[in-house]
Design a protein around this ligand. Structure first.
Ligand SMILES: *[C@@H]1O[C@H](CO)[C@@H](O)[C@H](O)[C@H]1NC(C)=O
Ligand SMILES: *[C@@H]1O[C@H](CO)[C@@H](O)[C@H](O)[C@H]1NC(C)=O
Ligand SMILES: *[C@@H]1O[C@H](CO)[C@@H](O)[C@H](O)[C@H]1NC(C)=O
Ligand SMILES: *[C@@H]1O[C@H](CO)[C@@H](O)[C@H](O)[C@H]1NC(C)=O
Length: 771
């Protein structure tokens, strides 16, 4: 690629400088203008139209004409340099399909690899990158409505017209594989478009990732020292490799220089409104149970007068809000440890039950209830009553467990007796999003926003129907959490498979080797790439409880939310479920931890009489059917940590046809087979006696066998509890043909102790509001 501009005569030199001057003025005014404004649709085109052609960089011109695979401009030339491959070797880096941001093409068409890597510190690299982002497109802004679809409308027709000759010649060669010419053109177009979409994803993820690293978490001392070491060592490597052939001194190109000067003048690296155009850049409103409203992030140490709550990390007094990024400020203001949930009016019953349970669990952590839409006063009142009214009338089952609790369990500092009152806060986050983008965060994705807009430094994000069996502090004390600042849980490993191509796509659009060399962004490793998702399971994470330490993972948490906009990634995640760990992985942050067990089925084992082989003999494998996925602690391989879907036997009890289900006669034969008995049982709390974690075949295959034993770990029973009943098997496989060989694979059966069962029963009664 050539110089930006070639000129030969004096006259063109003068013209050039005239334009350059106009350019400088233009950029300056653009800069000043935009860094103040949050609003969209600033029309800058008119300012630039007159000299637009001079601003077009060579690669842009090529992009516009690039069309077909054979004639793609050669990308990644810089990766073919000797220095690049030597550096990859010294970092032991390889990536099979190493797509990178197109911004690097701009950078390395004007600067040598060894010049950049041998001479620039981190801040300069950031400047270089973002200067090129805006030089490539002055109006660059993350497009929340970006289309990632392949459609056969206007652009497709244009593609066919422009390439008609070539397509026809190629079709002749490929004749055998296609019936119709249009099949061939559609396929060719789809492939092209797919490449384009992937490049868009790479470009967007890279800008987002680097912006946060460059300008949001750049004040983090751990990041600072890691980067500093990285760059120091890299300089030495580059010097050593290039000692015989020293590189040129780094200089910004003329255009980069203009931009730099504009930036120096306005003295800011704040492109929030371009990176986060969907945010209003306002903080939510925090309302304490007392009714007191805080327009700023509450400082829990002061408010709760509780020295065990860590205070704000840095006083915001010294920061200059006008010159700092929204999230940098937010990050440093977050403080304390607590529980976060999102609610809408329809979740209020669950939330009330949850809060009762938290009282019974002796919870002392503050709770933030985040909402994005109207949340009615009635709902708030119901929650406040659950949290603050005296609660001393306990269910009968308390008698059995009384002695397991500390002596002050039923006393608190107030004059009244009863279960501890809860420090409930409502977080009105209706203002944090632009109305236009709000719809993209409906349903599940509200949870993603709650990860950003709660105010805790360490938090446990739960669903309203998540049921904890341990005091919340227990989770923060788990080894996995303490070591990594995250705790994630696995889903039921149901053998529902995804196309392996999905994992490959994710790997292709993940961070490139050049992100590592330039910015020390770690590529995905086997920690991520060997996960069940990449091995082809559809559901791998159970996101009903997620623990996060913001201080350790601030930018990864931002990435989680960002992924919600990237449709090719989001749509493979089924709600928010997989986005948590994916956000980490795409942020180059593999310091995330999953509890090692996949979800268990929890409740009562199926009676042998209800679980027989066709010949009437018992199975070797045990069965446990339940509507509740459950999590068993990896620390002792036994303790029940939490379950999902509330505490009732059947979460769908309200909409069951009891007449129908009581007549099936295949399950629950210990009950009288009447509507009333079924109804009672379905509405009652789940009786937790056992848990089964089924085994999973390494290759995700079924284990067919000649023993009539289960072939896979999970099966849904469609006839009961409106398809919410999932049966788990303690082993799969059995004898193979011939009888000598056996493919049996054992899972895990857990039998809870009497004490545990009594506690579960007590929690169940509390949650259900039983007397
Ligand atoms: C690369 O791998 C070699 C051998 O496997 C190891 O000795 C070296 O430390 C690795 N280098 C880096 C930077 O990880
Ligand atoms: C954003 O993407 C959509 C869909 O591709 C497109 O119609 C729209 O013009 C884009 N907006 C901007 C500002 O580029
Ligand atoms: C919010 O409340 C207003 C006024 O009470 C109502 O018109 C609107 O429909 C409500 N929106 C939602 C999403 O419930
Ligand atoms: C990652 O896993 C693959 C497949 O199991 C294996 O071949 C490869 O050696 C692993 N890489 C590392 C660095 O452990």
């Amino acid at each position: 690629m050539g110089k930006l501009l070639r000129y030969t005569s004096k006259r063109s030199v003068i013209i050039y400088y005239t334009f350059a001057l106009i350019g400088l003025v233009g950029i300056l005014s653009w800069y000043q203008h935009n860094s103040q404004l949050l609003s969209d649709d600033i029309d800058l085109h008119s300012t630039y139209d007159i000299y637009d052609e001079y601003y077009k960089l060579p690669s842009l011109v090529q992009d516009a004409t690039a069309s077909h695979s054979d004639e793609e401009p050669e990308v990644g030339q810089f990766k073919n340099t000797e220095i690049y491959s030597l550096l990859l070797d010294s970092y032991n880096l390889t990536k099979e399909c190493d797509k990178h941001s197109s911004i690097y093409e701009e950078i390395f068409s004007n600067h040598g690899v060894s010049t950049v890597l041998g001479q620039l510190d981190f801040a300069k690299r950031c400047d270089l990158f973002f200067t090129n982002v805006f030089l490539k497109n002055h109006n660059w802004r993350f497009n929340t409505s970006q289309s990632y679809d392949i459609t056969y409308d206007g652009p497709y027709e244009k593609f066919c017209q422009q390439n008609s000759k070539k397509l026809k010649t190629e079709f002749i060669k490929e004749r055998a594989r296609f019936n119709k010419f249009s099949d061939f053109t559609r396929k060719t177009y789809a492939e092209n478009r797919q490449r384009e979409i992937e490049q868009t994803v790479v470009d967007e993820l890279t800008i987002f990732r680097l912006y946060n690293k460059c300008f949001v978490t750049d004040d983090d001392p751990i990041q600072q020292s890691k980067i500093k070491n990285f760059i120091t060592q890299q300089k030495q490597m580059v010097d050593k490799i290039g000692s015989s052939n020293p590189s040129k001194k780094f200089e910004f190109t003329k255009y980069e220089d203009l931009f730099q000067k504009g930036k120096e003048k306005s003295n800011r690296n704040n492109f929030d409104h371009r990176i986060y155009p969907w945010l209003s850049l306002e903080t939510p409103i925090f309302e304490r149970w007392t009714g007191k409203v805080y327009n700023d992030i509450p400082n829990y140490r002061e408010i709760l007068n509780d020295p065990s709550q860590p205070g704000k990390r840095k006083s915001s007094f010294f920061s200059k809000p006008t010159n700092t990024n929204f999230f940098k400020q937010y990050k440093n203001d977050c403080n304390g440890r607590g529980i976060v949930l999102t609610v809408a009016d329809k979740h209020v019953d669950y939330t009330v039950n949850l809060i009762h349970l938290l009282r019974a669990l002796n919870n002392k952590l503050p709770i933030q209830i985040v909402y994005f839409y109207n949340f009615s006063q009635e709902s708030k009142k119901a929650i406040l009553r659950a949290a603050r009214d005296d609660y001393s009338h306990l269910p009968d089952s308390f008698k059995n467990v009384d002695s397991y609790f500390p002596s002050d369990y039923l006393e608190n500092n107030h004059k009244t007796r009863g279960l501890p009152k809860q420090e409930v806060w409502f977080v009105n986050a209706a203002n944090v999003l632009n109305e236009r983008d709000k719809q993209k965060f409906n349903g599940f994705a509200n949870k993603l926003l709650a990860t950003l807009f709660n105010s805790f430094n360490e938090f446990m994000l739960i669903d309203a129907d998540t049921v904890m069996m341990k005091n919340p502090e227990t989770f923060f004390e788990m080894k996995g959490y303490k070591e990594t600042g995250t705790l994630f849980f696995k889903d039921r490993f149901v053998l529902q498979k995804r196309d392996l191509e999905e994992g490959k796509l994710f790997n292709r659009v993940s961070q490139s080797t050049v992100d590592k060399l330039m910015f020390d962004v770690e590529p995905m490793t086997n920690h991520t790439l060997q996960r069940e998702f990449f091995r082809g399971l559809v559901h791998t994470m159970e996101s009903g409880m997620v623990l996060l330490n913001r201080e350790k993972h601030f930018s990864s948490i931002l990435m989680i939310t960002h992924l919600n906009f990237i449709k090719p990634i989001r749509k493979k995640s089924y709600g928010d479920k997989e986005l948590f760990w994916l956000g980490f992985a795409f942020n180059g942050d593999e310091n995330y931890h999953f509890n090692s067990y996949s979800a268990a089925s929890v409740g009562e084992l199926t009676l042998p009489s209800d679980w027989q082989k066709p010949d009437g003999t018992p199975h070797y494998s045990q069965e446990l059917c339940s509507s509740h996925p459950a999590q068993i602690s990896e620390e002792d391989g036994h303790s029940l940590l939490w379950i999902n879907s509330g505490f009732g036997y059947c979460p769908q009890a309200k909409s069951i046809d009891f007449n129908k289900e009581s007549k099936i006669g295949r399950r629950l034969t210990f009950l009288p087979q009447t509507m009333e008995a079924f109804k009672q049982y379905y509405f009652d709390p789940l009786r937790i006696r056992h848990a089964i974690i089924p085994p999973v075949d390494d290759k995700l295959n079924k284990r067919y066998n000649y023993n009539d034993e289960p072939t896979e770990g999970w099966l849904m029973d469609r006839d009961y509890c409106k398809r919410y009943l999932w049966c788990a098997y303690s082993s799969i496989g059995g004898k193979l043909e011939g009888g000598d060989k056996d493919n049996k694979l054992e899972g895990k059966i857990i039998t809870f102790s009497d004490k545990e069962r009594q506690l579960f029963d007590y929690y169940g009664d509390i949650w259900m509001g039983m007397e």
